[in-house]
Design a protein. Sequence first.
Length: 170
Amino acid sequence: MREERWSAYLDCVGELLSTPQVQAMKHIRHHPGVSCFEHSLFVSYVAFCLAEKWRGDPRAAARAGLLHDLYLHDPKCMPSYKQCFAHPVAALRNARVLCGSLSREEENGILAHMWPLSSRAPRSRVAAAVCLADKLCATAEVLGLWRRSALCRTACRPAPAFGGNAVKNG
C-alpha cells in the first residue's frame, strides 16, 4: 500500500474518523472477528481506490464507504432479513445527522450498498464503487484475509491525524 494514497484517503475522511458516532462502530460486531468500524474503514478505502480508477469522486466514495453501515445498533436486535434492508436507511439517517448534508452520490452509495439484495441500485460511479467494495471486503473478512492485509497493518498503527489509530482503541 502506498503511503501517499493512504494520506490522500485520510484527507477525505480524517475528520469523520474521530467522531463519537464513527468510533462507536468499534463496539458493534459486523462479520466474524471484524467490527463494524473495521469493515467500514476497509470498504471506505477500497471504494476510494475504485473511484480513483473509475474517474469518480474519491472523496465521496471514501465518505459513503465509511458511513454505509453507520446504523449504530446491535444487528441482532432484529431478524437478519430485516436488518439487511433496514440498516442502509438507518445509516443514511445517522450520516445526515453527523455530516449535516451529503451529496446525492454519497446518499446513493449508502442506500444502494446492499444491491442486488435491495431494490435500490447504484446510480453513479461512487455508489457502484461502494457497492462493489462492500462485497469484496465482506468476502475478504469472512475468509480471514482482512487481518493479513497491508491496509489492516497500516490502519492499526498510530496515526496522529485522527487522535490515535483507526482500528484499535488508543
